[in-house]
Design a protein around this ligand. Sequence first.
Ligand code: NAD
Length: 485
Amino acid sequence: MPVATTARFETRLFIANEFVDAADGSTFPTVNPATGELLAQVAEAKAADVDRAVAAARAAFEGGDWRTMSARDRGRLLYRLADLIEREIDEIARIETLDNGKPIFESRQIDLPEAISILRYYAGWADKWQGEVIPVAGPFLNYTLREPTGVVAAIVPWNFPIVIAMWKIAPALACGNTVILKPAEETPLSTLRLAALAREAGFPPGVWNVVPGYGEVTGAALVRHPGVDKIAFTGSTETGRIIMREAAATLKNVQLELGGKSPNIIFADADPEAAVRGAAVGIFYGKGEVCSAGSRLLVQRSIHDVFLEKLVERAKKTVPGDPLDPKTRLGALVSERQMQRVLGYVDTGKREGATLLCGGARVGERGYYVSATVFDRVQPDMTIAQEEIFGPVLATLTFEDEEEAIAIANRTMYGLAAGIWTRDVKKAHRVARAIQAGTVWINTFNRYDPASPFGGTKQSGFGRDLGMHALNEYTQVKSVWVDLS
Ligand code: NAD
């Protein structure tokens, strides 16, 4: 398939409904990971550009059409944007795949439909997130107002550029905030395209801004800026720590969705076919560049050999291919750096004594492809059982019984998600309670829905995206007292 021409990409900053160059004319490259070729030079926002974006977002928040717009009309804008994305779904999915390397099947059939349904979900909430009247003592009327938090900086990673941006932007706008989006430097193109659609949908200037650039420059400028009220961040735990520290100076509201090392626990009484599929999809979907990837496979000893045999058979059939081919299920890793990082972990796994059952190598010399990789005989304290690899690399551990499965599952600093495979209903719910994670999937994995909250515990972060829970994250409660005596 021919690569789309750069003319189809929007590459400038989006501030106050205008596409503009960076003040000092800086740009940075974004590459197609399937080929290693340059896709586009994108404007790089520096401190001066961040100042402009914050000024635009503040002006829109504090006065003008957005401030006075009814909640219902805000919802209508979100609905309209969802329709516009649907109109251009093929093109935007293609941009996402070109920039990220994920299979077009995932961009077109999963990510974009999900982004659209997130927008519609929060469009519906816009006029339903209401305050309450509280029965206080004495001759008083006491009620609460739910007010928007203010200017929200959404700083997002490269693995689901549009979906995770929507996790933040849709509830933020539904609640009346204004937003400055900082896409990841690896994948700025799809959300710039969305900005053009947001303008077409009718969002007033300054409500929706996009400032591509590097984390330590553009992201850091947003985190330090006194005109930003909230940082809604998804990314690595390491960056989350920096953001929390830096945001302390201006006491910003910070929400952190961070990394994971999620256990996928296979009990001997699981439906074998479903569990093998769940284990494979849990790690190979999204190239394993998924925060909730089931990257630690915990298999009960009595079924270990049979299970691993079937899993490896399946992994060997999961061959990386051209992301633009609709049949491809394993794409290219996002960057050369990420590929090297993943291959480095493969070496560490071998060095520390784990057994490599399949994969573990780069595929081809052009583009950043890594084969579906399964390690066995991994011990709970090995590096590949503790650190987030963020690639198609599975670490298999073995357990005897329920108690040991729970102990191993919880033996990590992360607490993002977990999978449990069993036909025993009581055991499933017992283990779900015992696992330290923000999400537990029973006999399924990687399920998401706009209505269901998602977020971490422990060092996977705090706060919740999605669901009605996210509405709390983007509003503050004001208590109003009236003397009736
Ligand atoms: P990252 O932390 O390197 O970058 C994420 C974003 O933060 C990027 O936009 C980056 O430019 C920016 N950034 C980097 N340094 C910054 C700084 N000092 N100040 C402000 N912003 C800065 O993460 P990544 O490599 O892009 O993404 C992978 C990570 O994201 C993984 O750890 C993964 O688990 C995590 N993730 C978590 C979730 C979740 O919901 N918990 C979802 C997806 C990805």
